[in-house]
Design a protein around this ligand. Sequence first.
Ligand code: GLN
Length: 473
Amino acid sequence: MLRHREIGSEELVHHFADRIDRQQDLNAFITVDIDHALQQARIADKLLAGGSPPPLAGLPIAHKDIFCTQGMLTTCGSKMLANFLSPYDATVVRRLKDAGAVTLGKTNMDEFAMGSSNETSYFGSVHNPWNRDRVPGGSSGGSAAAVAARLVSAATGTDTGGSIRQPASFCGLTGLKPTYGRVSRYGMVAYASSLDQGGPITQTAEDAALLLQAMAGFDAQDSTSLDAPVPDYAASLKQNIAGLRIGLVSEFFDPSLNPDINAHVRAALSELEKLGAKLMDVSLPNSAAGIPCYYVIAPAEASSNLSRFDGVRYGYRSKSYVDLQTLYENTRAEGFGAEVKRRILVGTYALSSGYYDAYYLKAQQIRRRIADDFSQALTECDVLVGPTTPTTAFLLGEKTTDPVSMYLDDIFTITVNLAGLPALSLPVGFDPSGLPIGMQVIGNYLDEGTLLTIGQRFQEVTDWHLRAPGEVA
Ligand code: GLN
């Protein structure tokens, strides 16, 4: 509609501003800056009128508050960064801006992206628009709630162990975690650097392709960025899936799998079969080790990354200190929330002399085996599938007192990050209480294109992605 001048970007910004205003109870945003968005929209409208606009000209999006934005707060969901203004834009932010997208604001998230429910945010929990008593998933819960409630056209997220796919699944959306290194981490506040990856949270696979096209590509400012050509994802959307070999991961379809989730994922697979795909069984024998392996490696990296928040250089500084030691101690004691402290303690422990070999090194060895399992399975088939999550959206408060039960929610997503592979979550139905169900499709390294092809073909024959939650006035 923007392209055909059926609507202007300025008008769209007003439309979303009004929706954001009416659904403030979702708590999806940490920062909304409509004046700034309107300025960008006016520029976009001129470009659109001029005839050769950049690909996303005038499209209002939101960024997870983990991406640094010049001139707009970047809090990472933490008291530690509650007043932090970054002097520069993250590469993802800059690229989307260069592509013409308009930034409406920054979305709520678990503190430092640690969580699966958005309940660890210093700025309060986000509510799931499908049922406000339930979590939207995490850690990109604000982005998912905002897109699901149609407060914005699309949003960015980051995925260290599932934080794009799991909230996408809980909110009935399409979420794409790219291959590690495909999207620059420059300016993305680091949680676990060997696992973190930015990507889009959108209504459709087509939207995900549009956003990924702008976000992806080599960045000299990220030393782990992959210097590989970025394919034309619009072309991927036109491919077909005849003869595509889809591997059903037997460990993911365990007999204890929730029957509603099982039924809907299997129904989605028969749609893909009708489109010519071939289904087969595959095994990832070390899957069960994924959670313990991740919850050693991710906290270890986090404990190192978060050492920079000491009250000296930037962010929160305690008012009560008598020397440098108490400045560090009080700043970190007051600035970090409970889950972040738990991760720093676990990570520091795992890296300590004497425990390093027993925990960290062992976890690294298991990580290699998990990656090898995927590589083996992906010689037998082209993509792997399973449910995105073991349950649909749980109740707010249901798991906050039991961190391990919260960690177990990542069981199907976490191994993908350990291997560095790309994966897409697609909406495939609803449980009997009306909560969305997601299916995860895992691809080979750098093969986001095939995932988008599958998403597009599936969304042409189904309408789950078009369902929207009702509005509570
Ligand atoms: N739930 C996982 C964690 O708490 C994953 C979070 C993420 O992907 N950022 O670490």
